[in-house]
Design a protein around this ligand. Structure first.
Ligand SMILES: [Zn+2]
Length: 360
């Protein structure tokens, strides 16, 4: 609520005032959710973003911009996949406390990864023997979920190549059990079918990326109720070479083939009844917060999903993956709602025209 004399528009904030909004001609919609972002990065320049981590004023305006761009696109909740400095977690606390405007933020804090393997910007290396105390540390920090790095990343130059596995199957299973015992769901960064299958057998709650997974693994995910966040845009964006730094080494045909395979598996996942979320990996090279979401949805359309199916992934499935209780709108209950011009059931691109957002 704005205090007297405030010139700043404070948002969101509790209000008991009745506000009348004229939504004539607009479509009201449950809010889209971005299931995978990195608020500590901006998707423009990785090195510059990392340098801002050490300068409070600069990182604050970077994250503020990211949160505003997210809201402007009608995305009312994001799930952050972690950063080594715990930046997303800090800004989650500011947003949750009402000190900063933004969508609902769910944060993993820092990611769990093996020393010497991929992901140094996501978290420091943690040996199998240190996992228990690392989980306790995450609980002390009040994270919403645990992020574990199961494999490296997808190659942009050699089709089908993925960075090495990190924890063993046994270590991963112990980690997942430890997280669940502490009441925390687990999001697993995993590409290659071996990595995804290992994560699925270990009982993680969501598979992130999941490049090169097979139909068998998807069937197992459907059976176990494990959701998939396929993050196509961070790979597809390499085609446009927007990142500039080093990714000019990407081979266009490798990128195209990798994206095509992922789109085919997305189509198959829906047919098999796998819960599919929409996640952009915003902050990754070439993926800006908010903007990347429209591109990710366009890719789902390219995969053959109908606008209704994409909206189901973006809204209902997203809320479920984040554990948000956003199902009902009734007096006295905080509502999460957006209004836009056009009919997104006819054309998913209508999400470009968000007019109002109501953040719970
Ligand atoms: Zn990520």
């Amino acid at each position: 609520m704005a205090k007297e004399g405030d010139t700043q528009f404070t948002f969101p904030g509790p209000t008991r005032e009745t506000v009348v909004l004229d939504w004539t001609g607009l479509t009201a919609l449950a809010p889209p959710v971005d299931c995978h972002v990195h608020l500590a990065l901006d998707g423009v320049d990785f090195a510059a973003a990392r340098r801002r981590w050490d300068t409070p004023g600069e990182i604050t305006s970077q994250v503020q911009n990211a949160l505003q761009d997210t809201l402007r696109h009608g995305i009312l909740a994001v799930r952050d996949g972690g950063d080594r400095a715990g930046i997303a977690l800090r800004f989650r606390n500011l947003v949750t406390g009402g000190a900063m405007a933004g969508p609902v933020v769910r944060a993993a804090g820092f990611a769990l990864r093996k020393p010497g393997k991929y992901g140094s910007f996501l978290g420091r290396g943690i040996t199998a023997g240190e996992l228990d105390s690392a989980l306790d540390n995450l609980v002390r920090h009040g994270v919403n979920q645990v992020k574990v790095i199961v494999s490296g990343v997808v190659s942009f130059t050699d089709y089908g190549r993925v960075g090495a596995l990190q924890y063993t199957a046994g270590e991963l299973a112990t980690l997942v059990k430890g997280a669940h015992n502490r009441g925390l769901p687990v999001m697993a960064h995993a590409s290659s079918d071996a990595a995804v299958a290992m994560a699925v057998r270990a009982g993680v709650d969501t598979v992130e990326h999941g490049y090169f997974l097979t139909r068998n693994t998807l069937e197992l995910m459907a059976e176990k109720g494990i959701a998939w966040v396929p993050t196509v845009i961070p790979v597809a964006a390499q085609l446009h070479n927007r990142a500039g730094n080093g990714t000019d080494l990407a081979q266009p045909y490798v990128i195209e083939k990798t994206v095509d395979r992922q789109l085919a598996m997305i189509n198959e996942a829906v047919a098999l009844g796998v819960t599919l979320g929409v996640g952009t990996d915003a902050g990754a090279a070439g993926v800006r917060h908010g903007y990347g979401y429209l591109e990710e949805m366009a890719l789902y359309r390219q995969a053959g999903l109908s606008p209704a199916q994409i909206l189901q992934c973006a809204t209902v499935n997203g809320a479920r993956i984040l554990g948000l209780d956003w199902g009902r709108i009734e007096p006295g209950r905080p509502a999460a709602l957006i209004a836009l011009k056009g009919d997104p059931l006819q054309e998913i691109d209508a999400l470009r025209n968000v007019q109002y957002v109501i953040v719970p």
